[in-house]
Design a protein around this ligand. Structure first.
Ligand SMILES: *Cc1c(COP(=O)(O)O)cnc(C)c1O
Length: 524
């Protein structure tokens, strides 16, 4: 590798020294949540094996200049993609009729599964003006909300049992009809780690000729190697028509890589976009982007080659043992309960409502207390389902192989966090919301009406009133911190309470404002 201190950068007069730039990035990285060591129990998937990260980095580096857009020009891309899809097909019970693509992540895999199903549905009903539906349990990943929104389908969500997170089969069956382009089930679901009844749902969709997608984005590469026997959930169920699984989750690859597998070449061809209708090169893409990196694919390929099935089984075993240990830890904590019967390396924790209030532990206060001692758990809001029943607010833990090494330390922190907040009532969202409406001329009514009409500055004003956004002083923050967002609050429980209390469209509008301002350059 070139020594950046010795090169003259092709005689370009640099604005800044390379070493200075890297030092700044190192300082920025130091402020990130820790990506390794098991302290963050969502977003990051640490195998705990540093050499795997090294290997992935070296592989990505080798293809850094490659354009994954054209596997006929860059044949390494075709070779690696075929190998990765082949591995996935074999671990997910697929035969030669199962084909697939490597995508940029779970969301893209889910988007493409919906696009293909929509186009197959339309092709079978040429000229229909009807809007097709997607049917799924309410626990289905938000990527399917996005897909419905992007591709013009209606999302019809079936309620789940609040105790277990699993839908009653009748709730799915009642929704089936000729306008259903796709049914989606999860293996397992992100919010509650519930394994949907894949075979039972397939028995309803298959005779009706309805496509069935298994979203195994989070758990696929772990469930395929799970030590306990599980109900069948992959292509070994005949009615499953497509399946998504993320290599940047339990494939331990850097972000930007997932697979979408489809049963049947004819079905899968609907995934492609092709045009020769412009004066440039023919555009023929199985995925959403044009030019694309080959690095994440190369990294995933190298990891798959290195680990093989035995390596995956070993790492999955570590995650499974850590999950079992944490589950019994939570079950022993007075005031908390594990939701349902989680399957795979994740679980959700709710309040034990069978106890008197003074012995209950609110999972959001618990997560905030754990955060104060350096453990990042993920808060999930409660939700009213279409049948009026309420899914509890919970705290989510994604458990990775590295977690096994820190179980004693983590379990002690979870115990201590529960002791610190036992008996503290959950934040009352109505009180927080009332504080907000005081900041709006017109009060609560204006707040209701505001949802869609809110302009950017008014939305920012509300965020400031809620203490979620710094003032106009964004530009004189220390060290050139970009954007107008204040430091995120130490306690997330009030924020989640607000999410639950405000009307959905208003919360969504405010969150758009928050995220947009986080990445804004400093004011001129
Ligand atoms: C993570 C996840 C997705 C979306 O994947 P991204 O890689 O974050 O885009 C979809 N479905 C499930 C169940 C997931 O856990």
């Amino acid at each position: 590798m070139t020594d950046l201190r010795r090169t003259d950068f092709g005689r370009i007069d640099l604005r800044r020294e390379a070493s200075d730039i890297i030092a700044e990035l190192e300082a920025l990285r130091a402020a990130d949540a820790p990506t390794h060591g098991g302290r963050v129990l969502s977003y990051v998937y640490d195998s705990g094996v540093a050499e795997l990260d090294e290997l992935a980095g070296a592989a990505a580096r080798l293809v850094q200049p490659v354009n994954g857009l054209d596997p006929t020009t860059f044949t390494s891309v075709a070779a690696m993609e075929a190998a990765v899809v082949g591995f996935a097909r074999s671990v997910f019970g697929g035969d030669d009729d199962v084909v697939g693509s490597v995508t940029s992540g779970g969301t893209e895999s889910c988007l493409l599964a919906v696009k293909s199903a929509r186009d197959a549905w339309r092709a079978a009903r040429l000229g229909t003006p009807r809007v097709p539906r997607i049917v799924a349990p309410v626990t289905v990943h938000a990527a399917f909300h996005k897909a419905a929104h992007y591709f013009g389908l209606e999302l019809d969500l079936a309620p789940v049992d609040p105790a277990t997170g699993v839908p009653a089969l009748a709730e799915i069956e009642d929704r089936l009809g000729d306008d259903v382009a796709l049914v989606v089930v999860s293996a397992p679901s992100y919010p509650f780690a519930s394994l949907d009844p894949v075979a039972d749902v397939a028995a309803m969709t298959s005779p009706r000729g309805i496509a069935l997608h298994v979203d195994a984005c989070i758990g696929g590469f772990a469930l395929a190697f799970w030590p306990d026997r599980l109900p069948t959930w992959d292509f070994s169920v005949p009615g499953v028509t497509s399946l998504s699984a993320d290599l940047h989750k339990y494939g331990y690859a850097p972000k930007g890589v997932s697979v979408l597998l489809t049963r049947g070449r004819d079905r899968q061809r609907h995934q492609y976009f092709a045009t020769t209708g412009w004066p440039g090169y023919p555009v023929v893409n199985p995925t959403m982007t044009g030019s694309k990196p080959a690095g994440p694919l190369a990294a995933a390929w190298a990891i798959v080659e290195a680990l093989g099935e035995p390596g995956f089984a070993e790492l999955t075993g570590r995650a499974a043992r850590a999950t079992a240990a944490l589950r019994s830890c939570v079950e022993r904590i007075e005031g908390l309960r594990v939701v349902g019967s989680p399957v795979g390396p994740l679980l959700a924790v709710a309040t034990d409502e069978s106890l008197p209030v003074e012995r209950r532990v609110d999972p959001h206060h618990w997560a905030d207390a754990a955060r104060a001692s350096g453990w990042h758990l993920q808060l999930q809001p409660g939700l009213i389902q279409s049948d009026g029943s309420r899914l509890p607010h919970t705290t989510h833990l994604t458990v990775t192989p590295v977690t096994e090494a820190v179980v004693p330390e983590l379990a002690a922190a979870l115990d201590a966090a529960a002791d610190a907040v036992r008996g503290v009532p959950p934040v009352d969202g109505a009180v927080v919301a009332a504080g907000l409406s005081a900041a709006l001329p017109g009060g609560a009514e204006a707040l209701e009406a505001a949802a869609v009409m809110l302009d950017s500055d008014s939305a920012a004003g509300l965020l400031r009133a809620a203490g979620l956004l710094g003032g106009d002083a964004a530009s004189d923050g220390d060290g050139g911190t970009a954007g107008g967002a204040g430091a995120l609050p130490d306690r997330m429980a009030p924020v989640l309470a607000l999410v639950e209390a405000l009307p959905g469209p208003l919360t969504e509008r405010l969150l758009v404002e928050l995220l947009a301002r986080v990445v804004e350059p400093p004011r001129l």
